[in-house]
Design a protein around this ligand. Structure first.
Ligand code: ZN
Length: 567
């Protein structure tokens, strides 16, 4: 370290400090500087005009300092003392930045998101203001730690002093918790979220939980099959044979679209000029399963309802794609996002996000219309690949890039730059709310266009297929409402913007006629409360799949099937 410091031109400095003092100082610094988000939330709940409020606030401050100090003391062996503190300072500064700038909470599912997100997406979050914040509040104090000389006493004496310092911290923390117990219980019960804001202990604990659950999943053994009894029912097959066409159901998995920005749902701005001419049904009261891609996408395909779904063991079960596959339906997942989050592990997958299409793709990414690239050929190829599948019915998932933030302005071609001026800063909090909304709404306009194009494609293949399209976004987004940005808050804490999602259906006349699906009836149910829980069962229903996993009351189409036409 010294050689490095001399190397960068700083000569020896004479600061020296004992190890316990350094540990206490770092604990104090992190509590004060990197926990602004926690303090802001806490101080809203504490009445500082009363003595008990002040003493409670001070009590929490002392408790946190003591707890951090205990943790730091535990990992303070001479060889790791400085690296450990430097790491803590940099980590806390980074977490603090995302908390205060975006209202992002680093919990287990957020960590899962970060781990599963590709570099391209993550790099959009790294901007000058993040680097500046880390440099000032993380690297600079870390450099000071690197420079100071730590005084070590002879081993036994040093160990005794450390132990004493640790015990003081532990006893003081225990005493203060005991003294403030009543307030703790009151606030702790009402505001469980506060513990998630404590930086860096909470993100570290959540990272531990994430690692453990990942390990746990592999230790649990193979994926459990579900719906092995799945088959297409006789009535469905009869109607299908009478018509002679294959069934093609397209599920468009949207990205970061919020229901309230769709003019189909009453948004004052015209963001759905194309879909509004397409005879679609917009189910305007639909809620997501999670608030992040990593949570929502597997959940949308899971046979579990949201309340029973826990991302830690959902990967242990087969999903909609597998059940459809068991029933004999062909399955294809086309992706312009960051993969299928484990959902398509046992079925066909095609990544189109890097196709060399000069019109739709840059070096970094492709616009969503790439999902339709040579699609008809691809469908035929998928069907031919599985000659054992009975009849050529096919379920196609199109996974959009949608409105993925924070660089919303990168998600649409020039022709959709209609709401201006638009925010072109990668850090949304640096933009005026209006310009941010302009960029975001332009991305919705492009999704409107993409869905219209998809419907156009389905109309084009109507001689071969009876088609249905269902579009649903994985989660919503905060665009500065209540100081929040992006998404991924724990579900219970998340605002409506992050979980109220668009869900739009289009049914071809051919499908309606063959299978007796009444579109007027569907339209009557446009504001029925739906959620991602309905997707699994609705998709099975469209293919007439019968299995013990199918719940008719979850199928949004079933209630509008009048009679099945038969010859
Ligand atoms: Zn997402």
């Amino acid at each position: 370290m010294k050689r490095f410091i001399r190397g960068i031109g700083v000569s020896d400095i004479n600061l020296n400090i004992s190890a316990p003092a350094l540990l206490w100082f770092c604990a104090l610094y992190i509590v004060l500087v990197d926990n602004q988000y926690f303090w802001t939330a806490l101080l809203k709940l504490v009445d500082l005009s009363t003595w008990s409020g002040v003493s409670f606030g001070l009590g929490i401050f002392a408790i946190l300092t003591c707890i951090f100090s205990v943790i730091f003391h535990t990992f303070s062996a001479k060889i790791i003392l400085k690296p450990m503190l430097m790491l803590m300072l940099i980590l806390s500064a980074s977490v603090g930045y995302f908390q205060t700038k975006y209202g992002v909470i680093v919990d287990k599912s957020m960590i899962q998101n970060v781990v599963e997100t590709d570099y391209k997406e993550a790099s959009e979050l790294i901007g000058f203001s993040l680097l500046f914040h880390i440099a000032l509040f993380g690297l600079l104090p870390a450099l000071v730690i690197g420079l100071v000389k730590v005084r070590y006493r002879p081993f036994v004496k040093e160990s005794l002093i450390r132990l004493l310092s640790l015990l003081v911290a532990a006893f003081l923390a225990a005493f203060l918790i005991w003294a403030n117990y009543k307030n703790f219980v009151l606030i702790g019960r009402e505001h469980r979220e506060l513990r998630l804001f404590v930086n860096p202990t909470s993100p570290l604990y959540e990272a531990y939980k994430f690692t453990k659950s990942q390990y746990f999943i592999t230790a649990k053994g193979p994926v459990q099959a579900i719906g092995l009894d799945a088959h297409q029912g006789a009535q469905y097959l009869q109607a299908r044979a009478a018509d002679g066409k294959k069934t093609l159901v397209v599920l468009v998995v949207g990205e970061t679209a919020r229901a309230k920005d769709f003019s189909l749902n009453g948004y004052a701005r015209e963001t759905n000029p194309e879909l509004s001419r397409d005879n679609v049904i917009s189910f305007n009261n639909t809620y997501s399963c999670g608030t992040s891609t990593a949570e929502s996408v597997p959940c949308m395909f899971s046979h579990f309802d949201r309340v029973d779904y826990s991302s830690s063991d959902a990967g242990q079960y087969e999903n909609l794609l597998d059940v459809l596959s068991h029933s004999g339906v062909n399955v294809l997942w086309r992706d312009n996002n960051s993969g299928c989050k484990g959902v398509c592990e046992r079925t066909s997958f095609e990544d189109v996000s890097n196709l060399p299409d000069p019109k739709l793709c840059s070096t970094a990414e492709c616009f969503d219309e790439i999902l339709l690239h040579q699609l008809q050929e691809k469908l035929q190829e998928t069907i031919q690949k599985n000659p054992q599948k009975n009849n050529g019915d096919i379920f196609l998932v199109l996974h959009q890039k949608g409105s993925h933030g924070p660089a919303y302005f990168k998600r649409y071609p020039e022709a959709f730059r209609r709401f201006t001026p638009e925010c072109t800063d990668g850090a949304p909090q640096n933009c005026q709310k209006e310009t941010l909304l302009n960029a975001y709404d332009n991305s919705i306009l492009y999704t409107d266009h993409f869905l219209h194009q998809t419907i156009g494609f389905l109309k084009g293949v109507s001689g071969e297929y009876n088609a249905v399209m269902l579009y649903a976004s994985d989660h919503g987004e905060s665009l500065g409402e209540n100081g929040l940005y992006l998404h991924g808050l724990p579900y219970a804490l998340s605002p409506d913007e992050q979980r109220h999602v668009p869900m739009i259906a289009w049914v071809s006349n051919g499908y309606s006629a063959s299978f007796g699906l009444d579109q007027q009836c569907l339209k009557k149910h446009y504001n029925q409360p739906y959620s991602h829980d309905n997707i699994f069962h609705s998709m099975l229903g469209l293919f007439g799949v019968q299995t013990n996993q199918y719940k008719q009351d979850h199928d949004i189409f079933r209630q509008c099937v009048t009679t099945i036409k038969s010859k």
